[in-house]
Design a protein around this ligand. Structure first.
Ligand code: GCO
Ligand code: MN
Ligand code: MN
Length: 387
């Protein structure tokens, strides 16, 4: 494997302001390291060859501070973006930290909270537009319940849709060049979250007034928590032209949201994912929503960030090698993989029915064949292991 493993901006790797600099606070313990200032964070990204940065409103501008102070914080951010050439690739709203969001934001039972949540989002959409961020992510961290009796789910989904339609209306009216990307998660911090998976969220998007303005920001950890294959979910999102953004990290199945370094756990699914993305038309950010281990310190947090990108590039190189390997081509043929791309019956017509009904099938022969998947899958493993 002689492809480069050092990232360049053209790779479009991006990190959230809340990721590399995460001070290690968790529900059981306080921060284990000092935070990184926004300016140092952006300079650090430029140094390691990352391309983009994303932010929550409250990461960038102090919550509740006077407008003049928030403006100064925003201007300082713009200055360091200019200096470094790092791009603001995505913006999002923090609708989960403040105690007022404890019952939800767009789906809180309290109408005042819902109105405040939309106002907070509109304010930050203006900031996103000013910074040229083309994607606005919505992760409904607090949109859910512990007590299922506390919310009529149909009312909650009505309010969710109402909020999304309103936000789309605003972006259209302002002629902002922004699309929304909704981020599903099954649970945590709520006991059960509304729009828990990629599938639920894509179905919900189809009910919206402007479905073309809204797509997905799926995350490795979130589908894996639900016991689902992230690869299959992303593949369907791509097929439905709904992959607007992606949160890359890693996760052990059946755990709390671990936000591990990309490629550190589910290496086989990660290989398939990278191969999928590299062979697709997706050209958005490869955005890492991950955190260094809580026991990391100092420059180690940048080793974490480099590791995310290094593994992505390594898997992309392995994917290219895999696709060029003549043994893989033979194994795919033995598995009849190309045949799945051939239409089965074509569009419905009476003539097609006639033709189908006259056909004789050798059922015994069809049952007796094999698909040689063992050889094919071993080639996947051999390639990942480099043997
Ligand atoms: C989580 C989520 C968040 C979101 C972020 C952007 O599980 O905490 O993944 O990190 O991605 O809030 O909306
Ligand atoms: Mn997450
Ligand atoms: Mn995320």
């Amino acid at each position: 494997m002689n492809d480069r493993l050092t990232p360049v901006p053209e790779d479009k790797f991006a990190f959230g302001l809340w990721t590399i600099g995460h001070p290690g606070r968790d529900p059981f313990g306080d921060s284990t390291r000092p935070p990184i200032t926004t300016a140092d964070f952006v300079r650090g990204l430029a140094d390691i060859g990352a391309w983009g940065v994303s932010f929550h409103d409250d990461d960038l501008m102090t919550f509740g501070a006077p407008e003049s102070e928030r403006r100064a914080e925003l201007d300082a951010f713009k200055k360091v973006l200019d200096e470094t050439g790092v791009v603001c690739s995505m913006a999002t709203t923090n609708l989960f930290w403040h105690p007022l969001f404890k019952d939800g934001a767009f789906t809180s039972n309290d109408r005042e909270v819902r109105r405040y949540a939309i106002q907070k989002t509109l304010r930050n959409i203006d900031v996103a537009a000013e910074l040229g961020a083309p994607t606005y992510v919505l992760w409904g961290g607090r949109e859910g319940v512990e007590s299922a009796a506390s919310k009529n789910p149909a009312d909650a989904l009505d309010r969710y849709k109402e909020a999304m339609d309103f936000l789309c209306g605003y972006v259209k009216e302002k002629k902002y060049n922004i699309r929304f990307a909704m981020e599903p998660k099954p649970n945590e911090p709520r006991g059960d979250t509304f729009l828990p998976t990629i599938g639920h969220t894509m179905a919900f998007i189809n009910t919206l007034e402007y479905p073309d303005m809204v797509g997905l920001n799926p995350e490795v950890a979130h589908e894996t928590m639900a016991g689902l294959s992230f690869f299959q979910g992303v593949a369907q999102a791509l097929w439905q032209e709904k992959l607007y953004h992606i949160d890359l990290n890693d996760q052990k199945i059946g755990r709390f949201d671990q936000d591990l370094r990309f490629g550190s756990e589910g290496i086989k699914d990660d290989f398939m994912l990278v191969r999928l993305l590299e062979n697709s038309t997706y050209d958005g950010p490869k955005h890492f929503d991950a955190r260094p281990y809580r026991n990391e310190w100092g420059n180690g947090v940048w080793d974490f960030a480099r590791g995310c990108m290094r593994t992505y590039l390594a898997l992309a190189a392995k994917a290219r090698e895999f696709d060029q390997d003549p043994r893989v081509k033979d194994a795919l043929a033995a598995a009849s993989t190309p045949e799945l791309a051939v239409s089965t019956v074509g569009a419905y017509s009476a003539a097609a029915v006639d033709q189908l009904m006259q056909e004789q099938f050798d059922v015994a022969a069809l049952a007796a064949r094999g698909y040689a998947n063992e050889t094919l899958d071993q080639l996947v493993i051999d390639r990942i292991l480099g043997i």
